[in-house]
Design a protein around this ligand. Structure first.
Ligand SMILES: [Fe+2]
Length: 550
């Protein structure tokens, strides 16, 4: 036998072979190719046969016992019957399982008359058959067997290490891919956490993204109501809603029952259910086979529930899925909490505006409803002029508050039915600046201040308080000025009836380019029909929800 050993070891094991039995079979094939004879494989820890062969005597349990008793990691001869040796090679599979490979080898030629009782017993054959078998075997020197066995061991160890590393790289790559997907998902969610973003819209996006990331048939979100019907002026959900991507086996009411049955609460953490039997006899949702539910909550307050329903491959949901769902639930919960806080702030702001508007109405009951009509007409004019929703929102508040300074004017002057003296008129002319001072310290009203201060300026520069002309007057104030004049002329006052529409129109036409911005007056006539209808409408519920202008 040559000392130069070439082993047929390229890609001995299939890349994705993880099964130990399969690997043992592969190993046995390699040993057979290398030594030219079949090897039995024994589990080293127990001495059980892991791979059998048809070589005489090779599967004798005695060899298993000897294999189990092998000390150290070097190849060794565990049986020696004169001209027959049994070689044992300890080997480790890539799974970590240790085996011992054994095979019998002839170490010299056997003479015809030679007694072969020992080898025959070892082979489990009659002597003549043992002699025949031995005569057909390659004759090996023990040292060559040992060297070749060592080489095989080294090669198997290298292959095993390679395979192990390969598995680790595969696992790492898979983890990285999953982590990358999760980071992308979390990043996408954070990009959509703008406080003004509708939480239903955010949840619909999340549902689609999660269905791509999780092996679930369905992702569902139940959003709970955040306000009672009729109590809110800002857009708020007053009924629960169930959103889903993928076919959802439960409706909104059933989902509520599901949450109740699982006794979920804000801080209960992700609830994973892979076995319906664990849910007791009362489980009412046979179509739900696997489930993860997490809360959409901030602190103790629950805004809804996020669920992955039924594993796409019928497997169990694990901690990776539960953890991702929990992270998303927490983020959506924080957003929902912030958004609700924002809603409450806006509710509060609306209350303040409502209180201030009521104060103006109480001060000058003859003009009751004037502020509200000016607000709505201003918004209609601004729409006609193509203003943005945010501007409409500002203009609505500006219309409501434009005359707030009248709170500081004497009642006697304000309610005087006859013609005012110059001094009295000068008092009235203070109201834009008074209004400005009343609102100036409230940050939320900063955007309406220009309209409050300048709504009595005139296009020709003959208004008050600063005699601003043309574009010098802020546009919001020029819009409020037209709405204000229209309503003042149209409404009944204690000392006169409201003018008829034709008269009002005539005055506005004449005043375009003199008292009022001609562009705003043109917008007035373009929207004349709507504005006339507004005068006949009931006073609208006060709402500061910018969404209504979108
Ligand atoms: Fe005014």
């Amino acid at each position: 036998m040559s000392a130069v050993i070439e082993l047929p070891f390229q890609a001995v094991f299939p890349h994705h072979e993880t099964d130990s039995a399969g690997e043992a079979q592969q190993l046995a094939a390699v040993l057979r190719r290398t030594f030219g004879t079949p090897f039995s494989l024994w589990t080293r820890a127990t001495g059980e046969l892991a791979h059998a062969t048809l070589q005489p005597g090779s599967n004798d349990p005695l060899r298993g016992d000897l294999a189990r008793a092998v000390q150290g990691h070097d190849p060794q001869f565990i049986l020696d019957e004169d001209c027959l040796l049994v070689l044992a090679i300890p080997l480790a599979l890539s799974s970590g399982k240790e085996v011992v490979a054994t095979a019998a080898f002839v170490t010299r030629g056997v003479g015809e008359l030679e007694g072969l009782a020992g080898p025959a017993q070892l082979l489990g054959l009659a002597e003549d058959k043992a002699a025949l078998w031995m005569s057909r075997q390659t004759v090996w020197s023990p040292s060559a067997l040992s060297r070749l066995a060592l080489a095989v061991q080294a090669q198997v160890a290298a292959e095993s290490r390679g395979k192990k590393l390969e598995k680790e790289v595969e696992k790492l790559s898979s983890n990285l891919a999953t982590t990358y997907e999760e980071i992308c998902l979390l990043h996408s969610v954070t990009q959509n956490l703008r406080i003004s973003a509708d939480d239903e819209h955010l949840c619909r996006l999340v549902l689609e993204w999660l269905l791509d990331c999780l092996p679930a048939e369905t992702i569902a979100v139940q959003l709970l109501p955040v306000a009672r019907a009729g109590e809110n002026t800002y857009k708020a959900r007053t009924q629960s809603i169930l959103l889903n991507s993928g076919p959802c086996p439960v409706n909104d009411q059933q989902f509520t029952e599901l949450v109740a049955q699982l006794q979920l609460s804000a801080g209960c953490g992700p609830r994973v259910m892979n076995d319906r039997a664990t849910c007791g006899e009362g489980w009412k949702f046979p179509a739900i086979r696997q489930l993860i539910v997490v809360s959409i909550a901030e602190g103790d307050r629950v805004f809804g529930w996020l669920a992955a329903i039924n594993h796409r491959e019928g497997k169990e949901f694990g901690t990776v899925e539960a953890s991702l769902l929990n992270s998303i639930g927490a983020m959506v919960g924080i957003h929902a909490g912030n958004r609700d806080l924002y809603r409450e702030q806006n509710e509060f702001l609306a209350s303040v505006v409502r209180a201030l508007t009521s104060a103006i109405d109480a001060k000058d009951p003859y003009t009751c409803g004037h502020s509200d009509r000016v607000a709505r007409v201003s918004v209609r004019l601004a729409k006609e002029l193509g203003c943005e929703p945010a501007t409409l929102h500002t203009l609505y508040m500006a219309g409501l508050l434009h005359d707030i300074g009248k709170i500081g004017v004497d009642d006697a002057v304000l309610r005087k039915p006859g013609i005012l003296t110059d001094e009295e008129f000068n008092q009235i002319k203070q109201h834009p600046e008074l209004g400005y001072r009343i609102l100036a310290d409230i940050r939320q009203f900063a955007s309406v201040l220009p309209a409050v201060l300048h709504h009595h300026e005139q296009w020709d520069g003959r208004g008050y308080p600063f005699k601003l002309a043309g574009d010098q007057t802020p546009r919001l104030a020029r819009i409020v000025a037209v709405a204000d004049a229209f309503d003042a002329m149209s409404s009944d006052r204690p000392y006169r009836k409201g003018m008829d529409a034709a008269k009002v129109d005539e005055i506005l036409r004449k005043g375009a380019g003199q008292q009022w911005d001609p562009e705003v007056v043109a917008a007035f006539f373009a929207a004349r029909e709507d504005i006339t209808a507004m005068g006949a409408q009931e006073r609208a519920n006060l709402t500061l929800d910018v969404q209504q202008w979108v």
